[in-house]
Ligand binder design. Structure first.
Ligand code: FDP
Length: 330
């Protein structure tokens, strides 16, 4: 008899057997996310043909232009959690307020946060995109449930829409990578327990914004560019305009992604704590990497509002620690 393919549902069912007391609800939620990702992938693949590229003519709560596909992916994810009673709250970068399922403080055991379409500027040019998700336990069913440190996440991960559709997630016990097999419409396990290299040779940052960085950040990036055979410099730049794509590269090959604070301004950076930084930090830390604001561990930060931003340095431990040293020196 041939071995059955290692599908996402098989993996989740088998893992669940090792979690005493598990109700299976988190497993169902992860499977539902897989279905949502297949729908988003189908929408992306057909977008150029179905006139779904371009602007939706609206902006999100941060005043950023929304693309039609930002809105569509957000709707798909909201529909996904709208039944089954698994989720009580869903919050997203695209919505000012969270959706409360059930029309009241519902009883679903989980709250889900997501960035439905990360790297939106890549939509219209057929570039790589992602969907990032974070799953938290419901506490009292209010927004306060969400304004908590990242280390309290129950699970987090992302879908990467590139030449293949990938799922990378962790429930806190290893980071696992699945690839969508389009022939059978299933995510198949491709790497169990992914470990991030201790150091890399690439970095990703939007250097067009270097004028606004603090001196320590500028010095760090300059350092990476200075040749030094012993420490493997100069590093190469790898910036795709999609956080998920860059973090995924570094998860597999090592390196560092930076979106620093704007020194002239509020010191907040661009990326959202709850929809981007916390979930990716959870994945990266569980793979042996590190995520820092420059002065603090990302997963220890509790935001004071839903759409708060933070500076982010994420990737291999060696590079992130070196970045922190440069920031401390100023
Ligand atoms: P986008 O706004 O296009 O969704 O999530 C924010 C993000 O993309 C990241 O994916 C990406 O790395 C970064 O912002 C790109 O920002 P810049 O255009 O400022 O480089």
């Amino acid at each position: 008899m041939r071995a059955a393919p290692f599908t996402l549902d098989r993996f989740i069912l088998e893992e669940q057997r090792f979690s005493p007391g598990s109700t299976g609800e988190l497993s169902l939620l992860l499977l539902r996310l897989g279905v949502a990702a297949k729908r988003i992938a189908a929408a992306l693949a057909g977008a150029g043909l179905s006139q779904s590229l371009g602007s939706a003519g609206s902006s999100n709560v941060q005043g950023e232009e929304q693309k039609k596909l930002d809105v569509l992916a957000n709707d798909i994810l909201l529909e996904t959690f709208d039944y089954g009673g698994l989720v009580s709250l869903a919050a997203s970068e695209e919505m000012e307020e969270p959706v409360v399922y059930g029309g009241r403080l519902a009883e679903g055991r989980y709250a889900v946060l997501f960035d439905p379409m990360d790297g939106s500027s890549n939509i219209d040019v057929n570039g790589t995109l992602g969907t990032i998700f974070s799953i938290r336990r419901r506490r009292d069913g209010t927004v306060a449930d969400l304004l908590r440190p990242g280390h309290e996440q129950v699970a987090a991960g992302y879908f990467l829409f590139g030449p293949a559709v990938l799922l990378v997630y962790t429930c806190g016990d290893g980071v696992h990578l699945f690839t969508l097999d389009p022939a059978i419409g299933e995510f198949l396990l491709t790497r169990r327990d992914v470990r991030m290299p201790e150091r890399g040779k690439d970095y990703a940052v939007n250097e067009g914004r270097a004028h606004s960085w603090a001196p320590g950040v500028r010095a760090f990036v300059e350092h990476l560019k200075q040749p030094d055979k012993v420490s493997g410099r100069p590093y190469s730049t790898r910036y795709s305009a999609s956080l998920v794509a860059d973090v995924h590269r570094f998860l597999l090959e090592g390196g560092i992604y930076l979106y620093p604070a704007d020194a002239a301004g509020k010191g907040a950076g661009k990326l959202r704590v709850l929809y981007e930084c916390h979930p990716l930090a959870f994945v990266v830390e569980h793979a042996g990497g590190k995520a820092s604001t420059g002065v603090a561990r990302v997963l220890d930060v509790a935001p004071s509002s839903l759409h708060e931003r933070m500076p982010l340095a994420i990737g291999s431990r060696a590079e992130v620690e070196l970045f922190e040293k440069f920031v401390a020196r100023g």
